[in-house]
Write a protein that binds this ligand. Structure first.
Ligand code: AMP
Length: 314
């Protein structure tokens, strides 16, 4: 299960070039056992479906680096609080299958909740928590979220046995938490972070963008703009992290639409809030627009210190 060299497709990979769909754990395990026995490396891309270019960039990265790519589509009830959007989350199983196949996915695994939680979601007794990293930012707004994420990702690691698993920097805190979980629990998997894919006006792609009204959608790129302003300030010499937070907060509040949840200037590894900001910092923001709660982040050293604010994705 350890990551091997990135080689040309094996016979198993070639035989899996036509994507197939699997819904049971036993069928998935038996297919992957055969693939591994034939020497294939397995990559995992966990998603909740309603696929967009962000998800597909993860699948493409996996297809470049692994012989067999398993994409999972599972709306994990454990990671949604009762008042959240589990029931209304957008779904498009047939559209997703077409997109996943074109992006190089070999096996699309979409289990039911009872397949993943045979005793029922309310009877789950075992969970995985990553302390510390889960208690800031998204963990404050969504207290049970990361416990649900870690539990399902641990189950997927055990079911799929991937040598690499692909996660987006869009959910940077989730990526940091899953990385830490893999290290702490000795999962033999390399957790690979992939860059954020954006719309042409800078809005980070998200399945939940579909909740935005036309007016909200036109204002939503303010998240990226605020992050850029903050990063550019640090790049041009501002070191007081509170000053950077104020700058980002003012930019979002000036948009006069959307409720700011948080802005943060944090250490990219520990996610701890910084007092002194520098090029290594990562900036985070969360804003609620009606039904949609949007999050975004940027690495300060990815932002050019001078020049006009770039509207287009880098
Ligand atoms: P989700 O279906 O929202 O749970 O996302 C599944 C995976 O896709 C997660 O690892 C996300 O971080 C990643 N992802 C979602 N949106 C983007 C994006 N715009 N760019 C890159 N990765 C993304």
């Amino acid at each position: 299960m350890t990551a091997g060299p990135r080689a040309a497709p094996t016979a198993q990979r070639r035989s899996m070039l036509v994507m197939h769909r699997v819904t049971t754990v036993s069928e998935l395990r038996s297919e992957l056992d055969q693939a591994r026995a034939g020497g294939s490396s397995v990559g995992l891309v966990p998603t909740m479906g309603y696929l967009h270019e962000g998800h597909l960039s993860l699948a493409s990265a996996a297809a470049r680096e692994c012989d067999v790519v398993v994409m999972t589509i599972f709306l994990n009830p454990l990671q949604f609080a009762p008042e959240e959007d589990l029931d209304s989350y957008p779904r498009d199983p047939e559209g997703d299958a077409g997109k996943a196949g074109s992006a190089g996915v070999s096996i699309l695994f979409s289990p039911t909740a009872s397949e993943m939680y045979p005793n029922g979601r309310d009877a789950v007794m075992t969970g995985v928590e990553v302390a510390g990293l889960s208690s800031v930012m998204e963990g404050v707004a969504r207290r049970t979220h990361f416990g649900g994420v870690c539990t399902v990702v641990a189950k997927l690691f055990n079911i799929v046995g991937p040598c690499r698993a692909y996660f987006g920097e869009k959910d940077y805190q989730q990526l940091a938490i899953v990385r830490r979980m893999a290290t702490d629990l000795s999962f033999p998997v390399e957790v690979v972070g992939c860059p954020i894919v954006r719309e042409s006006d800078g809005l980070a792609m998200s399945s939940r963008n579909v909740y935005l009204t036309a007016e909200e959608r036109s204002v939503a790129p303010v998240l990226r703009r605020a992050l850029h302003l903050g990063a550019a300030a640090i790049r041009t010499g501002t070191t007081d992290a509170d000053e950077v937070r104020t700058l980002m907060r003012s930019e979002i509040q000036a948009a006069a639409l959307g409720d700011l949840d948080y802005v943060e200037v944090a250490d990219p590894r520990t996610l701890a809030p910084l007092r002194v900001a520098g090029d290594q910092a990562r900036l985070f923001v969360a804003v609620r627009f009606g039904r949609a709660r949007l999050i975004d982040n940027v690495a300060v050293d990815q932002v050019e210190p001078t020049g006009p604010f770039p509207l287009l994705a880098p």
